[in-house]
Write a protein that binds this ligand. Structure first.
Ligand SMILES: [Zn+2]
Length: 371
């Protein structure tokens, strides 16, 4: 597993005995058919008729973005979150903003936190078009049915971890379980349980209109440019609104810590391409909208630095991934991502190690040498 978001999503961990009880309650709630509390969504006005919706932690992501662009006749929605119940909250928000119908959905890529709410819009607005790259659609078809068993397996693992902790009263790092940690774990477990139950019921709703490389839609007084690029997935769709100078990147760009899956150099090349766009506002796949290119440049610097250091290390003769991970140092960039938050520092460290392995494999034509 090279990416904590994509192919095998990292569900929020749950780690203590009390959490187990909460999970029991959550199971009972699901079994009795009671609705789960919807995940909170924040609406941010980006420009006239353009809104960003940001979720609280949902399923396996700490935050997520969806964007609505209102045209003269209707609405285009970019990405639909991790599950139908969250998409329903967004649809309700859109209805507060306009009575125009949603006519287009765009799915940036195949990872489940970006298209699992499609069915909500398709049911509310029959005949709407769902736009994605052809490659994204193919990945969706190939991978979607693997998620429910993967989620269930992850949940079983989290339950087992939790039982282990309950017996020892210790966290995995050997430190004692605090009441604060206990409460936080309870919340995480409840969310995970609800998410896994709902994920099993998603009616996968696939793109109806696909393209390769680029597609421009002139519609309702706006110009939408869709561009296929490599980001945290192959076949990612970036949306560029040239008149408004707004760039919606999907997971080419994400914060607080960047996601990664395909070869790092291809991802970096896409970010270099994005840095040339005439854009005043950049909305990433995860994290707040940016009003300059500093975060884009920061993520690009991180990827470039890792790629260059990994190449140097393997050329010097370091053999294993572990040795290369020890040789690469991106500490000077870390605080700019994490602001030295301890939890985020740990996540950053984990992700950087994954990026190093990714760049290592790329430098060695996919090979991972071990003694
Ligand atoms: Zn994502």
């Amino acid at each position: 597993m090279t990416n904590t978001e994509g192919a095998v999503p990292e569900l929020l961990p749950c780690r203590n005995l009390a959490a187990k009880l909460v999970m029991f309650l959550a199971l009972t709630t699901v079994a009795s058919g009671l609705a789960n509390a919807a995940v909170a969504v924040e609406t941010v006005k980006i420009a006239d008729g353009i809104y960003q919706f940001i979720t609280a932690p949902d399923g396996y992501v700490p935050n997520g973005n969806c964007v609505a662009v209102i045209t003269q006749q209707d609405v285009l929605v970019y990405d639909t979150f991790t599950r139908p119940s969250t998409a329903s909250v967004v649809l309700a928000e859109i209805r507060k903003l306009t009575n125009k119908p949603v006519r287009f959905i765009v799915n940036s890529h195949w990872h489940p936190d970006h298209w699992s709410g499609n069915e909500v819009f398709a049911q509310a607005f029959p005949g709407l078009e769902i736009i994605a790259s052809e490659e994204t659609r193919q990945f969706m078809l190939n991978i979607a049915n693997a998620w429910p068993p993967l989620y269930a397996a992850r949940l079983r693992k989290d339950q087992a971890d939790l039982e282990k902790e309950a017996t020892s009263s210790l966290l995995p790092d050997g430190s004692p379980l605090t009441p604060e940690q206990r409460r936080s774990d309870e919340e995480d477990l409840k969310l995970e349980q609800e998410y896994v139950a709902e994920a099993a019921t998603v009616h996968r709703t696939y793109p109806t209109l696909t393209y390769s490389q680029a597609l421009t839609l002139y519609h309702g007084g706006r110009e939408f440019r869709f561009l296929e690029m490599v980001g945290d997935a192959r076949g990612d769709t970036v949306l560029y609104l040239p008149k408004e100078k707004i760039l919606v990147t999907g997971d080419l760009l994400s914060s607080p810590v960047p996601y990664y899956t395909p070869p790092l150099s291809e991802h970096a090349q896409s970010l270099r391409r994005l840095s040339q766009f005439d854009a005043d506002i950049i909305i990433p796949g995860h994290g707040p909208a940016r009003h300059d290119k500093s975060y884009l440049e920061l993520e690009l610097n991180l990827l470039d630095s890792i790629i260059a250091q990994v190449r140097q290390a393997v050329q010097l003769g370091l053999v294993t991934v572990e040795d290369v991970q020890k040789a690469v140092n991106v500490d000077p960039l870390r605080a700019q991502f994490t602001h030295d938050d301890a939890k985020l520092n740990a996540k950053f460290h984990r992700y950087v190690n994954g990026m190093i392995e990714n760049a290592y494999r790329e430098a060695r034509d996919g090979k991972k040498f071990e003694y």
